[in-house]
Design a protein around this ligand. Structure first.
Ligand code: ATP
Length: 226
């Protein structure tokens, strides 16, 4: 049985979503929706984290989850290396410092393991958070806007790194960017007016070439702006 979430949620007395069914099979599932639609709430429900919502339904998730929130949640008192190793340490797993260093290098922070998060830019912090999520090697990864603070070139490199390193896992990524969802998603869903609908995708493997995506991205952009 795959992972996923099914059900309905109310927040502050209003319906946030009703009778959604979001399966999370291996590969990338991307969740699009306007600001406030309920995307982060869905992610937190799958992660088993508190939300302000009353949820009726069921969640199927493994015990070990890689989690990357909208806020980077870095420990200010730890080094970058310590931050990347944190999840493994908390779960009692062996701290594989060599792999953490490799991941920090892959996100462009080679040789900077001893720095503290406070001395980093927003984009650098986001890349440390990404390295930490990739370190988990969990069967399910939940990523909330994981590339939002990155410039276009870095964003592309980090997308491709995440595609490579999370291959085999089930990934749920929340994004505001239709192009990103269409490029990376094996499945793409749109949360709109409390319902979840699948987005038709061009054929072919991910990452998809951008020219094939422009028309669908335009259509989605119009729906998100409505
Ligand atoms: N703890 C809470 N208590 C009350 N209302 C909340 C709480 N958390 C979120 N909300 C409300 O629920 C709605 C959905 O929030 P959520 O963060 O899931 O949206 P989102 O689609 O992720 O938005 P964004 O794209 O802006 O991050 C919003 O209207 C928000 O104000």
């Amino acid at each position: 049985m795959g992972f996923g979430i099914e059900g309905s949620a109310r927040i502050g007395g209003r319906v946030l979503f009703r009778d959604i069914a979001l399966p999370l099979a291996p590969g990338w599932t991307c969740l699009l929706g306007a600001s406030g639609a309920g995307k982060s709430t869905i992610l937190r429900l799958v992660a088993g984290l508190p939300t302000g919502a009353e949820f009726e339904g069921q969640v199927r998730a493994p015990r070990r989850i890689a989690w990357m929130a909208q806020r980077d949640l870095l420990q200010e008192r730890s080094s970058l290396l310590g931050n990347v190793l944190l999840g493994r340490r908390l779960s009692g797993a062996r701290a594989d410092a060599a792999r953490a260093r490799e991941l920090l290098a892959l996100v462009g922070l080679e040789g900077q393991e001893a720095r503290r998060p406070a001395s980093l830019s927003g984009g650098q912090r986001q890349r440390v958070a990404l390295a930490r999520a990739l370190m988990e090697e969990a069967p399910l990864a939940l990523l909330d806007e994981p590339f939002s603070a990155l410039d276009a070139g870095t964003r592309r490199r980090m997308q491709d790194l995440a595609l490579e390193r999370l291959s085999g896992a089930a990934v749920l990524m929340v994004t505001h960017d239709p192009m990103e969802a269409l490029r990376m998603g094996n499945r793409v869903w749109l949360l709109e007016g409390g319902t979840l609908s699948p987005v038709a995708l061009p054929p072919g493997p991910v990452p998809r070439p951008l020219p094939a995506l422009a028309a669908e991205a335009e259509r989605l952009m119009a729906r998100l702006a409505a």
